[in-house]
Write a protein that binds this ligand. Sequence first.
Ligand SMILES: Nc1ncnc2c1ncn2[C@@H]1O[C@H](COP(=O)(O)OP(=O)(O)OP(=O)(O)O)[C@@H](O)[C@H]1O
Ligand SMILES: [Mg+2]
Length: 193
Amino acid sequence: MPVSLRQQLRQQRRQLDYLQQQHAARLLVRRLSRSLRWQRSRRIAFYLPVDGELDPRELLRLALQQGKYCYLPVLHPFHPDRMLFVRYQLTDRLHYNRWGIAEPVPSKARRILPRRLQLAFVPLTGFDRSGNRLGMGKGFYDRAFAFRIGNSRSPVLVGLAHNCQEVAGGLQAAAWDVKMDAICTPSEIIGRI
Ligand SMILES: Nc1ncnc2c1ncn2[C@@H]1O[C@H](COP(=O)(O)OP(=O)(O)OP(=O)(O)O)[C@@H](O)[C@H]1O
Ligand SMILES: [Mg+2]
């Protein structure tokens, strides 16, 4: 994967200003909260945005209000390349990890196996219209959801992206890349959820 494409896409994402981000986040809530998949899902993974990623926190608040079980990714305390999903509630204290991303405390009782999630929102750097995803280049999401490459259908993976993250010519997927079931941008849902 050319480093420059990832960098170029990240730069475009970072250039969005506060109002553009806020507008995009609101459109996202409107689009997704109406979907049947949202209404049916009780265990949902979110993320806290960094580096200009589309902000799902409004959606997270709505989910908590609706009594859904919400999970956030947390770096594994011992395995440097693994990521856990940990339940998050409004009163929880968050701690910053080595990349400056806030995380809940990964106590065993609050963890969920990724395959028990019903819906997972996935951040991305780039996407194409076939659901291929380019992440930040560490493979965390690819490893966490590698079991989806077989015939597992759950959780439904929805990449969240600004329109400017689309790679018009398509992305070359590697064998380990996990495809998204859908990509949701502020203006459309691409694919089926
Ligand atoms: N299922 C897997 N098992 C082992 N290694 C993996 C797996 N998936 C990805 N990797 C490793 O992770 C590295 C980064 O993968 P890739 O370039 O696809 O990252 P990415 O999808 O952009 O990152 P992320 O998922 O963290 O946003 C690759 O070099 C690959 O070897
Ligand atoms: Mg990948």
